[in-house]
Design a binder for this molecule. Sequence first.
Ligand SMILES: Cc1cc2nc3c(=O)[nH]c(=O)nc-3n(C[C@H](O)[C@H](O)[C@H](O)COP(=O)(O)OP(=O)(O)OC[C@H]3O[C@@H](n4cnc5c(N)ncnc54)[C@H](O)[C@@H]3O)c2cc1C
Length: 338
Amino acid sequence: MAKPTLIVIGAGVAGLTCALELAERGIAVEVVERGRALGEGSCSWMAGGMLAPWCERATTEPEVADWGAPSIDWWAGRFPGTVRRGSLVVAQPRDLPDLTRFAQRTERFEWVDAERLAGLEPDLAGRFRRALYFPDEAHLDPRRALAALAARLQERGVAIRFGVEAAPSDVPADIVVDCRGLAARDALPDLRGVRGEMVVVRAPDISLQRPVRLLHPRIPLYIVPRADGLFMIGATMIESERRGPVSVRSAVELLNAAYTLHPAFGEAEIVELGADLRPAFPDNLPSVRQSGRVLHANGLFRHGFLLAPALARRVAESVLSMLQSETPHEDLPQRRRA
Ligand SMILES: Cc1cc2nc3c(=O)[nH]c(=O)nc-3n(C[C@H](O)[C@H](O)[C@H](O)COP(=O)(O)OP(=O)(O)OC[C@H]3O[C@@H](n4cnc5c(N)ncnc54)[C@H](O)[C@@H]3O)c2cc1C
């Protein structure tokens, strides 16, 4: 019998993690991507790269922490640039009640005082009285992480064909994994875009070891350190499908937050302003849906890097059972209902 053919459409974080998970299970796979290079047209290129399941728990469903926690090991095992130094949440004195509320809604953190905060992040010495420290969280540079996944796929002989626009129904393969992100709305009508904007700055005078969230009455803001003195400041979350450049209001709010965290950000150079639409289902949780020979893996919302490994595992399990039987599948992952 001929070997079954399997094509993944889309080389964002969903497509690359699915392809790697399948390849690691010995399934022959190929990736097609309409962009001409990695990241072109991909929402994943704009991500902050926080692997913060317990921080996210403060504002999301329990599934995000349950599915996201194992992804830290998944990334660390495949991308050596995964940084496991935890993350911090701080608030200005007037917003300290928000910090307490944040703590009440989550777990796996320690309260730290100003002295301990200064030990963790010397550049924040004297700037905040209290903070929450999540020692088990991690972060990565999404662009480097995607490149590392692509390299791993290449090592395994998996081709990524760039500049190929594909429609799941027309792809000549036995099984198609549709990881087109928001472009899959033609097949997934309940998928919506949630606009996110970010700024990358270069601030060589500031050193941070880990992502820092600044609680803010209007938008949740975070700063993620990257190599070479770069920091990603993100991210707005706007229920709008407007594409196009970052608005002045968002840029001001993001940069103000950075300045509030440390005035030396006032001297930073703006390297990049970016915006994209996060693909989200109505419950903001990812899902794998089967339609004939097509598996639609989507809905990563603001948890692309955090939840992609769990999504990929579900895809691989579905593919294996599709190869073994003709039994129809339910939506995956199975959702916990209240
Ligand atoms: C500002 C911002 C900050 C964020 N911060 C974080 C964060 O800190 N942590 C986190 O985990 N997540 C974060 N996210 C969310 C994360 O970026 C998304 O959840 C994730 O990128 C979605 O991945 P995806 O692979 O489904 O979609 P995409 O990355 O958009 O990938 C889809 C790919 O499919 C390709 N494609 C589309 N149509 C076709 C076609 N017809 N043929 C071939 N190829 C096609 C596209 O070109 C694209 O490359 C952030 C998002 C934004 C915007």
